[in-house]
Design a protein around this ligand. Sequence first.
Ligand code: F6R
Length: 590
Amino acid sequence: MCGIIGVAKRRGNAVAEVLEGLKRLEYRGYDSAGLSVLSGGAIATVKRGGRVSGLEEGAAALSGGVAIGHTRWATHGEPSDQNAHPHTSGAFSIVHNGIIENFAELKAELLADGAEFLSQTDSEVIVKLIDKYYKGDALSAVAKAVERLKGSYALAVLCRDFDGIIAVKYKSPVVVGFSESGVTLCSDVPALPAEVTSVCVPEDGDFAVITAQSARFYNSSLTPVMRVRRPVFLDQFNSGLGCYAHYMIKEIHETQRTVRETCEGFFRTVDVKRLSEYVRGADRIIMTGCGTAYNAGLAARRFFSDRCGVFCQVEIASELRYFPPRVTPATLVLAISQSGETADTVEAVQELKKAGARVVAVTNCGYSAITRVAHMVVPVCAGAEVCVAATKSYTGQLAALYLISKLSCDVFDAQSELLSVCPRIGEVVKGAERAKEIAALCAQSKAVFFLGRGIDYAVAVEASLKLKEVSYVFSDGYPAGELKHGTLALVDENTLSVFVICDEALAEKCLNAASQIASRKGKVAVITCLDGVAEKLKGTATVWKIPDSPLNLSPFSSAVALQLVAYHAAIILGRDPDKPRNLAKSVTVE
Ligand code: F6R
């Protein structure tokens, strides 16, 4: 969370590039933004509470070949002009992503030295420390300062006496990109400018000294080190909104492509033989992730229980980390993460790897932290997902996990089975009118309950997360069988219950539950791929019949239908679905 960028250009103004980069980074946080530029041995800074667009006016008068920028997701101190980055002191200006756990004691020490603080942030202590240690050598001052820090930090530092940027990485992400026009450091590969042709990924503890011509890397003892420079092709990441009003709806429409490309990427890049040995030899499979990634695991558990006959469990990464199950060298951990940077997931799988388990990362970001922990990577090929709410990456995760689950059977079948979901998804995205109808019911309700059984329950949980985060309507997702064990007490005419009914064997039980709700005046809506449901609920429920589907593939279309419902509910209620309040896309703090 928080995005940082630094640009050192051979020719021209780095400020415009930093502003563009900050717009691409806004998904990492959007409560304030700022930038500093070095020009003629002086540093100028502009920063504001609010979104990056609020910086444009103040930045218009600035220019220089070297600049840094920041977009913030507040951890310490409210979103405000003062707490926005960069923070400056003496010859320095810095931007920081991460958390300084010992900032209070460092601040007390610096205050006792006579330092004055302008913000409530933990980050300001870093620039004060660098300034305190500066004796003419910026790199040593930065190194001395970071020796004092406990926590996580990706830092970009400008010094008025050095025509470049000093960067440091510890537990928070940073990549360095190279192009014809200069060098760019950035929190994430997808936010690099399209003209970048190669990247280096520094390791924890590394320093990078960046100029318009080069980047030199040093380890934590300031010994020069080599970091591999790998080619990247960024065009696919930077395609903009096109004809869509929001990234959320654009990305929902990219689901079919995501499924196709994930399938293609699986057979092109994965060592299928080795992965099937992992799956077939597993004494158990542990899937883990946070939020939507965890929910993808919940649905995929059904793929594994049907196919593999191996015990499969799904754990929330932030819990797993502190309560790890016993693992053996034959335990297979599937670490699911769109960004590959989620601190809870990365730390949890690090623990399990240390304990001896095999780790396979299922991720949309090939250069991310999780790929460096994992023994193997299975790519989710969703391209850049800009909307904070995960949509196409969820379905991409389902696709990758489906293929992994099939490795214990006939993997060639799996490909054609999986691709059969695409025309069904195509039908669902055409169903905007139905989605809007159910969305209108959501928007009028004080609470929305999503219910299902079996694999439909997993979809219900994800649907609930999607609705609450983009529309701010309270919602809960739970197994339909639990209704009568407590939640029924909440049902009245102001609540909506949305059933997902794609499992024929359990449909009657869900229909009974729907009738129990309707007879207590609760509103009911149903997403189903089964025939006959609409007739059975005539007059009591709004039913959206989506295309027929084999049970294990039904989440691909039912989840997309419910993503559309959440999107339209957000629009009806006037929310910004791409940037929900208080959230950020890449959760790199615990
Ligand atoms: C919800 C959402 C989050 C993420 C979660 C994990 O729409 O996007 O719940 O799924 O923060 O993120 P990743 O997958 O990047 O580890």
